[in-house]
Design a protein around this ligand. Sequence first.
Ligand SMILES: O=C(O)c1ccc[n+]([C@@H]2O[C@H](COP(=O)([O-])O)[C@@H](O)[C@H]2O)c1
Ligand SMILES: Cc1cc2nc[nH]c2cc1C
Length: 351
Amino acid sequence: MTLPTSWTQALPDPDRAFIERAVAHQATLTKPPGSLGRLEQLAIDLCGQQAREQPSVDRVHISIFAADHGVCEEGISAFPQAVTAQMIANFANGGAAISVLAKSLGASLEVVNLGTVGDTPADLPGVIDLQIAPSTVNMAKAPAMTPEQLASALQAGDQAAQRASDNGAELFIAGDMGIGNTTAAAALACALLEASPEELAGAGTGLTPEGVAHKASVVNKAISRHGADREPANILASLGGFEIAAITGAFLGAAQRRMPILVDGFIASVAALVAMRQQPSLINWLHFGHRSAERGHQRVLAAMQAKPLLDLGMRLGEASGAAVAVPLMRQACALHNQMASFADAGVSDGS
Ligand SMILES: O=C(O)c1ccc[n+]([C@@H]2O[C@H](COP(=O)([O-])O)[C@@H](O)[C@H]2O)c1
Ligand SMILES: Cc1cc2nc[nH]c2cc1C
């Protein structure tokens, strides 16, 4: 199994000419220059990414990647591993937070099952079964996955980006579901940022302070076992999860297909960080939905110089923080596309 082409092939740049036109257009609108703050740059960035004069994020594609983690045997989550498979059914049946949010946005939602220990009923609507293994291996003791499994997970993400592109998506969102994945994400971030486990291990689904201290010691074991190798693919195979690797592949695949990307919380941001270590120009395609309450998120965002749109104390994952930021992006587009110019409205521009 080979890696997707977006792993090594140069990513496209957003369209400079459309960016310049969008900047000039913003200057004509009936408001003091800069008065719409970051909403202005948001619309300008979308114009460049979509190579359009009138940006739009009406058509949103959301892929949720689900997988289990061998490191759960170390007792690092407040919830049992069986919840990952149970939540896949909940996504499909419309009861999860992201099911509700996707419906209210009119977004297309798919769930990709990359491997769960618990059983899921066959033929759940909107669930794509790409089982790589029932779970990763316990990263505290051995590499989480083989190079072949990593390639499969990256390909699964790339294929999701292809489906989104085929469906005419104007915005790509990836979400995660995996009990134990804040431990994997913390370990990845520690390895990439050379940070301490105490700084990046947080409460996840709701650990006590003692639980968080134990989790940090497990992350420490994993990064010590991993050693000094800083190659993104090796770090991902050693310390990652199938869903985190899939999100990494999906982000690179979405950028390769010229789709703007809206990043969710801690896990999705760590996947973005891994992808950026492989392809730094990925940053040109990223928007950040929210700052999660998970302890390590701010450090990971800062490493990408990312300023998230929202800070609501959310820490759910499953793309929920990105989904709640979509209306803000739609408002930025509406302002850019529909405001009157000084000339048309007969308003003095002050010159
Ligand atoms: O994305 C986040 O910021 C986030 C923060 C805390 C928890 N989560 C979700 O909670 C699960 C992992 O938590 P844990 O405690 O089992 O490692 C996983 O399904 C994530 O989607 C997600
Ligand atoms: C119930 C539940 C829902 C989730 N969604 C994403 N991660 C989750 C973790 C739990 C425990």
